[in-house]
Design a protein around this ligand. Structure first.
Ligand SMILES: *[C@@H]1O[C@H](CO)[C@@H](O)[C@H](O)[C@H]1NC(C)=O
Ligand SMILES: *[C@@H]1O[C@H](CO)[C@@H](O)[C@H](O)[C@H]1NC(C)=O
Ligand SMILES: *[C@@H]1O[C@H](CO)[C@@H](O)[C@H](O)[C@H]1NC(C)=O
Ligand SMILES: *[C@@H]1O[C@H](CO)[C@@H](O)[C@H](O)[C@H]1NC(C)=O
Ligand SMILES: *[C@@H]1O[C@H](CO)[C@@H](O)[C@H](O)[C@H]1NC(C)=O
Ligand SMILES: *[C@@H]1O[C@H](CO)[C@@H](O)[C@H](O)[C@H]1NC(C)=O
Ligand SMILES: *[C@@H]1O[C@H](CO)[C@@H](O)[C@H](O)[C@H]1NC(C)=O
Ligand SMILES: *[C@@H]1O[C@H](CO)[C@@H](O)[C@H](O)[C@H]1NC(C)=O
Length: 484
């Protein structure tokens, strides 16, 4: 017999072929006898009968007598991380229960030889996608349970949706057959999702830089509806662990891991990027704004600040939201912001100096750093110099020294003991100007005809500004000048 039975740890129970089964179909009888001859001569418990062929380790492979006779392979809850291989299973498997394991992907070859499989239970696993080619092997399937997995609801699964919607296969628990990715479809029932946009296959030809001019065909596998900018789409694709992004005709966000094989592998269309005539025939729609998904940050160079004002720091991030941790470089505690879209912060430094600011950003499971220099200065200094001794009836020299300040104006006054003003600052008026004691300003007349703008320019060039005089006493004072 071709059947192998190498699984020594198997819990397979060996049945016997005896007259009580004569009641059932002759098929079973033959089957049974085949099995008896294939298995060890030792005869086991005659009430539980095993299927012919190997049985995977820790699974049970028994004949069940329901409305029809079935070989039931039950591998539920045994901690499987991968599905068994076809050669581990009895070729006559009718019911395969792989539920409650940690299976994340299925080998298509698993189903190669299971031509009589009727029921498949893959519930409570970690499956994210299923290759379309398994459908070809499951033509006798009548019932499937794919609930409680972690489906990536992109175009790669559109075949599954249409297959299950055709109704040939009964779907158990469709209400808990949910999407896990992309984030905006999370916890939506897979069968409720319209994968209509999947009819259009978006593609792009990306230049592979090191190889100089070679172009790689990128097939976009998922599409998120919406009016996206390239930057927003980068965040979406990054969140879905994709490598490439691009925008569709309605600015929907397209993502791709560009896994091989893709839906064009092996077809003439895989030469899309290299042969222009193929490009026309393949009905691919070119995506625009195509980019490689990235997560980078940079700190905008902050202008110097004085110790008296807070520094405004901002970081740029290609992915949002991000978790940020700011290190201001002055040994103050880090400032943390989780899952934020606010990329700015303020910080007040106590001492002048040059500080290295480091921002650590996290998104997904990647961490990136951005650093920059914040220069913190002292404000401009003014120094007052006073004589050490003040002598009556001698002039008093008080000096104000300006260290680097600009637009410094000085006002002074001298008051008596009783608070009465004895003297105050007077601007140095040019000899042909009029000093107005009330406003303490100099007014200079320029006896020429100017336009308003020209007049103003003229005033500004002498360090003043054009004035409109509203006070009557000043007007009469100025009027005297005009008469002269
Ligand atoms: C079978 O089950 C036993 C006990 O639960 C476990 O130690 C062993 O690793 C399992 N074998 C396989 C192949 O899963
Ligand atoms: C597999 O075994 C479990 C319990 O061990 C049972 O609940 C489940 O119904 C069985 N699966 C099939 C398809 O018989
Ligand atoms: C479906 O099962 C029948 C026997 O029940 C078998 O003849 C047929 O080949 C199976 N279909 C496929 C696609 O293997
Ligand atoms: C999914 O679709 C079914 C049938 O169209 C509907 O009854 C159900 O409410 C939908 N579920 C969700 C979450 O939209
Ligand atoms: C999409 O967004 C762009 C800019 O954000 C805007 O100019 C355009 O009108 C929007 N289009 C639609 C259909 O909302
Ligand atoms: C901020 O995050 C860093 C790194 O995760 C941590 O070491 C630090 O204690 C956090 N600071 C605060 C104030 O939570
Ligand atoms: C800070 O950096 C500036 C230029 O970047 C430099 O001129 C200055 O001397 C530095 N100050 C200190 C305290 O290192
Ligand atoms: C200062 O000068 C005034 C008038 O010129 C005079 O009266 C006064 O005595 C002088 N004071 C001193 C301390 O010399």
């Amino acid at each position: 017999m071709p059947f192998r039975n190498g699984q020594t740890l198997s819990k397979q129970k060996h049945g016997a072929c005896f007259p009580k089964f004569g009641l059932f179909s002759s098929l079973l009888f033959t089957f049974c006898c085949l099995e008896a001859s294939a298995s060890s001569p030792e005869q086991g418990d005659s009430s539980v009968r095993s299927c012919a062929g190997p049985c995977p380790v820790n699974c049970t492979c028994v004949i069940a007598l329901g409305s029809s006779v079935s070989c039931v392979v039950n591998c539920t809850n045994i901690g499987l991380e991968r599905g068994p291989t076809a050669t581990d299973l009895p070729p006559g498997t009718n019911v395969l229960d792989l539920s409650r394991n940690r299976i994340s992907s299925l080998e298509t070859s698993l189903f190669d030889q299971l031509t009589v499989l009727r029921e498949l239970d893959l519930s409570h696993n970690l499956i994210s996608t299923i290759e379309e080619s398994i459908r070809d092997h499951l033509s006798n399937l009548t019932e499937i349970d794919l609930s409680r997995n972690q489906f990536l609801c992109d175009c790669k699964l559109s075949w599954l949706v249409s297959w299950l919607q055709e109704g040939g296969v009964r779907v158990r628990h469709p209400e808990t057959m949910l999407c896990y990715q992309p984030p905006d479809l999370r916890f939506q029932p897979l069968l409720n999702i319209s994968l209509l946009t999947c009819g259009v296959t978006y593609a792009a030809c990306l230049e592979i830089l090191p190889s100089g001019g070679d172009k790689e065909l990128v097939i976009f596998s998922s599409s998120t509806p919406g009016n996206f900018s390239r930057k927003e789409c980068n965040s979406v694709c990054y969140g879905a662990s994709q490598l490439y992004g691009g925008l569709g005709a309605r600015r929907e966000c397209l993502c791709s891991t560009n896994d091989e094989p893709n839906r064009l592998s092996g077809s003439p269309c895989s030469a899309f990027c290299t042969k222009p005539n193929v490009m026309k025939e393949c009905h691919l729609t070119l995506a625009h704004d195509v980019f490689a998904v990235d997560f980078t940050t940079s700190l905008l160079a902050p202008p110097p600040v004085s110790v008296h004002s807070p520094a405004h720091l901002s970081v740029m991030s290609s992915v949002m939201p991000v978790t940020l941790s700011w290190d201001f470089g002055d040994r103050s505690p880090r400032l943390n912001a989780s899952e934020t879209s606010d990329l700015t912060t303020r910080h007040k430094y106590a001492l002048p100096g040059n500080y290295t600011v480091v921002v650590t950003a996290w998104a997904g499971n990647k961490e990136v750093h951005a650093r920059g220099e914040q220069r913190v200065t002292l404000p401009p200094l003014l120094e007052l110099r006073c004589p050490s001794l003040v002598v009556a009836n001698q002039s008093l020299a008080v000096g104000l020294i300006n260290w680097g300040g600009v637009s410094v104006a000085v006002d002074w006054r001298i008051t008596n003991n009783d608070g009465q003003e004895a003297a105050r600052a007077t601007p140095a008026c040019p000899s042909d100007a009029v000093f107005d004691a009330e406003s303490r300003r100099c007014f200079q007349m320029v006896p020429e005809v100017f336009s308003w703008a020209e007049a103003r320019r003229q005033c500004l060039s002498t360090g003043g500004d054009l004035a409109v005089v509203r006070s009557d006493p000043l007007r009469s004072k100025l009027a005297e000048k005009v008469k002269q």
